[in-house]
Ligand binder design. Structure first.
Ligand SMILES: *[C@@H]1O[C@H](CO)[C@@H](O)[C@H](O)[C@H]1NC(C)=O
Ligand SMILES: *[C@@H]1O[C@H](CO)[C@@H](O)[C@H](O)[C@H]1NC(C)=O
Length: 951
């Protein structure tokens, strides 16, 4: 969250009240606090260069040339020098072009002079002279299997490399330098086709003050009362990346924008500003905007009918991305299609581009995950419901909320403490008056297997009486100011603060030590952590963050590492929590972060920051969460109810119905918002909210199974239409309905006021979609009207799927561990199938095989439902299977049966050598509803192979 009042919210009394009423009237982002492209020197320069290159009659040619004499290919890696012609001399730019077995290719361009330190820094700066070359160290975990047999050929000024799966080829044109990525002869991605490539080489500052052609942003840049000293001068990198024939691009979170990204160079319905990636605490952010937000993942997916490709721009400095689409009428018969042209610009660092070939979403996400890692399989409790507010003000308040949830029969797993629980914003302490005895409070929560998440931020109070603050200073673990010698000081929640520098391994080790139970006294094993403000947010800093010329560990400038900063911090917290119980007792940590980068998915969940309690923010959340899934970080949510302001009861209720489909599901509210715990809403709202939360709990087996798939294959939890139906161009821009994992559950939550019905796009001609609740059938492709009065959530089941649920309401998910399952079979003429993944939800025993992985298949030929084992090494599961042996299926529902089933009274069940009958009941579907049968208590075990024969 972000401050309303720099004096601190709890102490300001009357002053605060009047200040707040001001804020209430003008709820809008302060545009003036954040740079536009024109105010960001390198963005302005690169856009101007793009304009020159594309102007009518432009004569500018790209000054980059591959020096043919330098080209060498060895073990799948091509090295060469690119020369930048700047008149009398050439600037040498070493190129490393890597070719991987799976068709991924990587282009890395550095600058010889900076690499070898042949540059002079101004202002006596101690910063490193090299271009930042450690983003890969943080973001990548592997996936780089070089294609050692890549074949090279040079002809007529073009070097071609054949590599990867059959049909993959790269063509590098030497002069001007450009690269085409082809498959079966067709270009899918092109670099520098439009001559926007730009590597700002090092140059000394001209003596003559006019020598820089009037562009003073080369040498220093002032914004918001801060002057960036830019000791290395201009050093941006930029490239145009074209996707020929691809008319939609997605990804590059975090932006409050549509899933299918918009054009950014003006024109009707387009933005005028590029999408920006510069992690920042954007107070009261606006929706439908390319403005930067709290996190950055520079991964973009391009989609056309039947093919998908991706680009990962590995750079942690401030980055802007322009997007335009060129319409071309391919031929008179096909519809007009577009080529998407993008322009990527980063302030510093290497030019480092991965091209990922797809050719479909599942392969693309796997390729990206192989590089940056997959989302960690979360602790099971963390995908249940979380209750937060700034703030639960005392341990009695916490216990009261805990009791009320039980009194109103609303399940929840986690209660949260925002900053006020601390003693004067000193992390690892508790307020001595309001949280006198946190251990008793935590034990109370633990009785129902509930957890506490406490906030711990990276700003450390600058206070002589705070031991941790002193240690930070004395050990030199803080981020330094531009001199590199003095610890940086700025303002945040505690007032004057320093920032831990988690780029420093020793600082990370120290951070880890602070989570020792003897040091963080009062915390317990059921305490988990929320890392907020890690962009970092600095109230008095430029754009609410740190000056770019601050110095980090190993003398890297903050400029180079800014977008990585948040990740280094939540990674350190994760590593600390993982081993908190001691060696051999590792548990899957839960860490929520606000700031993130590519790779953050390995250690944290994210939420979309400080949204507002209005309908437009409710609607905006889904496109944002879908983009997170595209970019490999699906454990994502938005504050249910909206952070700022007070939602109407209808809005709050709709928000819970939507939130039940957020991978991370948490209610949260600003300190000045009225209390809005779900049980306060009054009827009928409380009951509707209870139903929504219970729906989430009932589907937890399905959510967990979807997370499991994401954790090894990268498939998003919420699947947008284009991922499910990559040939259905009509649906490529849909971002208000989505599918849940592999379950075929199609949801379109209501995100506007006063709605009683909604239109759902049913995308298939020959598949029935059943209403999830009453089995109403929707047949045939097209837009269908689905009733949606306040009490209901538009939710359909695609036929052909089997959905595992747990239908017994409990107080927390931990208490459901041994509860029986219900299987819902949505019948299609070809049958139905589904998957269930279960493990202890807490430890890493699953990595040693302690899990249950079942397939359920209904075969219409012999009318038999079968449970089969997907575990590759069942013997390794033996101990866990024993623990779970009494967990049964208590109900099977087959939806979409014909009248033939009417007289069926029993079905035959077989498990192992035993056979028995189970009772079955037919329910006739009326008024457009499907008929269904219910098998009561078939008594089959979830860990066993079995069949239920309906013939
Ligand atoms: C994705 O593409 C790969 C490679 O062509 C193919 O083997 C795989 O079956 C495709 N997957 C889907 C879901 O179409
Ligand atoms: C956290 O960061 C450290 C240091 O870069 C790295 O070694 C470790 O693998 C990271 N942890 C995870 C789970 O990515």
């Amino acid at each position: 969250m972000r401050q309303l009042n720099p004096l601190g919210s709890s102490s300001a009394g009357v002053l605060l009240v009047s200040f707040l009423s001001l804020v209430q009237i003008s709820k809008a982002v302060k545009h003036g606090d954040f740079k536009t492209c024109a105010q960001s020197g390198f963005c302005k320069r690169n856009r101007a260069l793009a304009d020159q290159a594309t102007a009518a009659g432009a004569s500018r040619t790209s000054p980059y040339e591959l020096d043919a004499n330098t080209v060498a290919l060895k073990d799948g890696v091509l090295t060469a020098t690119i020369l930048k012609n700047i008149g009398e001399e050439n600037v040498e730019l070493p190129l490393v072009f890597s070719f991987l077995d799976n068709g991924v290719a990587r282009v890395t361009i550095d600058e010889a002079k900076r690499m070898t330190g042949q540059i002079e820094l101004r202002h006596g700066s101690t910063a490193k002279k090299e271009r930042y070359n450690e983003a890969a160290k943080w973001a990548l975990v592997g996936g780089e299997n070089f294609h050692k047999d890549a074949i090279i050929k040079t002809e007529d000024g073009v070097t071609s490399v054949a590599y990867g799966p059959a049909g993959y080829q790269v063509k590098i044109t030497h002069k001007p330098f450009s690269v085409k990525f082809l498959k079966d002869g067709e270009a899918h991605v092109v670099l520098n086709e439009r001559s926007f490539m730009n590597i700002e080489h090092w140059r000394p500052k001209p003596e003559d003050s006019d020598g820089n052609k009037g562009d003073d942003t080369w040498w220093e840049e002032a914004f918001g009362g801060n002057t960036d000293s830019k000791p290395r001068g201009p050093e941006s990198v930029a490239m145009d990346i074209t996707f020929p024939g691809y008319d939609h691009v997605y990804g590059i979170p975090e932006h409050a924008s549509s899933l299918s990204l918009k054009e950014t160079r003006g024109g009707e319905g387009n933005y005028n500003e590029p999408y920006r990636l510069y992690n920042a605490d954007v107070f009261e952010y606006e929706i439908d905007s390319p403005m930067t937000l709290y996190g950055s993942i520079p991964f973009m997916q391009a989609q056309k009918k039947g093919s998908t490709v991706g680009v990962f721009w590995l750079n942690a400095a401030e980055t802007w991305i322009d997007i335009v689409k060129q319409k071309t009428n391919v031929n008179a018969l096909s519809p007009e299609r577009a080529t998407t042209q993008t322009h990527w610009m980063s302030e510093s660092g290497l030019l480092d581009i991965f091209v990922l070939p797809g050719p479909n979403s599942s392969w693309l996400y796997k390729q990206y995950g192989d590089l940056t890692g997959f989302t960690a399989l979360p602790a099971a409790f963390s995908i249940a419901y979380h209750q937060c507010r700034w703030n639960y003000v005392s341990q009695d308040d916490v216990k009261d909320v805990d009791r009320k949830f039980d009194k109103f029969d609303i399940p929840y797993d986690v209660i949260w403490l925002d900053i006020e629980y601390t003693d004067s914003k000193k992390y690892f302490t508790w307020d001595p008056l309001t949280f006198k005895d946190p251990e008793t409070m935590l034990k109370t929560l633990d009785k129902r297997e509930r957890k506490l998440v406490a906030i711990i931020d990276p700003h450390i109070k600058n206070d002589k009486n705070y031991a941790i603050g002193n240690e930070l200073v004395n050990k030199g673990f803080g981020v330094m100011d531009k001199t590199g010698k003095k610890i940086y000081e700025g303002w945040c929640w505690p007032g004057s603060s320093h920032w831990i520098d988690c780029f420093n391994p020793a600082a990370r080790a120290w951070w880890k030590s602070l989570f020792d139970f003897k040091k963080f006294v009062g915390s317990m094993p059921n305490t988990w952590i929320w890392n907020d403000m890690n962009e970092p947010s600095v109230f008095n800093g430029p754009e609410t963050t740190m000056p770019k010329d601050n110095i980090h560990y190993d003398n890297w400038e903050h400029r180079d590492v800014h977008n990585l900063n948040g990740m280094t911090f939540h990674n350190a917290t994760y590593e600390a929590l993982k081993t908190r119980l001691g060696p051999g007792k590792e548990r899957r940590p839960f860490v929520l972060t606000r700031s993130y980068f590519a790779g953050s998915q390995r250690t944290a969940a994210m939420w979309t920051g400080d949204n507002q309690a209005d309908w437009s923010h409710l609607a905006q959340a889904f496109p944002m969460l879908l983009a997170q899934g595209i970019a490999g970080m699906p454990f994502a949510g938005a504050d249910v109810g909206g952070f700022f302001g007070n939602p109407s009861k209808e809005l709050l209720t709709r928000w819970y119905q939507a939130g039940a489909f957020y991978p991370f599901f948490r209610g949260h509210a600003h300190i000045d918002a009225k209390r809005r715990e779900p049980y306060l809403a009054g009827e009928p709202y409380v009951s509707i909210i209870r139903d929504a939360i219970r729906l989430r709990y009932s589907l937890l087996p399905t959510w967990y199974t979807a997370f499991h798939r994401a954790s090894w294959e990268g498939m998003p939890i919420l699947r947008p239409h284009f991922v499910m139906f990559p040939d259905d161009e009509a649906g490529f821009a849909i971002d208000d309905q989505f599918y849940l994992g592999d379950t075929g559950i199609l949801v379109k939550p209501i995100v506007s006021e006063g709605v009683t019905e909604t239109s759902v796009y049913v995308p298939e001609e020959n598949m029935v979609y059943y209403d999830y609740f009453d089995y109403t059938m929707y047949n045939g492709k097209g837009i269908r009207s689905v009733p949606a009065p306040l009490g209901s959530i538009p939710m359909l089941m695609r036929s052909g799927h089997i959905i595992p649920r747990k239908d017994r309401p409990r107080r927390s998910s931990g208490l459901m561990r041994y509860d029986p399952y219900t299987l819902v079979v949505a019948l299609a003429p070809g049958g139905a199938g589904g998957v269930l993944y279960v493990d202890d939800g807490e430890t890493y025993d699953n990595k040693d095989g302690a899990f249950i992985h079942r397939s359920f298949i209904y075969n219409p030929g012999d009318k038999t439902l079968r449970s089969g084992n997907l575990h590759p090494e069942p013997a390794k599961a033996a101990k866990y299977v024993k623990e779970m042996r009494d967990v049964r299926v208590e109900r099977v529902i087959l939806v979409g049966v014909t009248d033939e089933w009417k007289d069926k009274k029993t079905v035959e069940v077989k498990q192992g050598s035993k056979t028995w009958d189970a009772e079955v009941k037919f329910v006739e579907g009326k008024e457009g509803r499907a008929s269904h049968v219910i098998v009561r208590n078939p008594r089959v075990a979830i860990v066993k192979d079995w069949t239920i024969n309906f013939a």
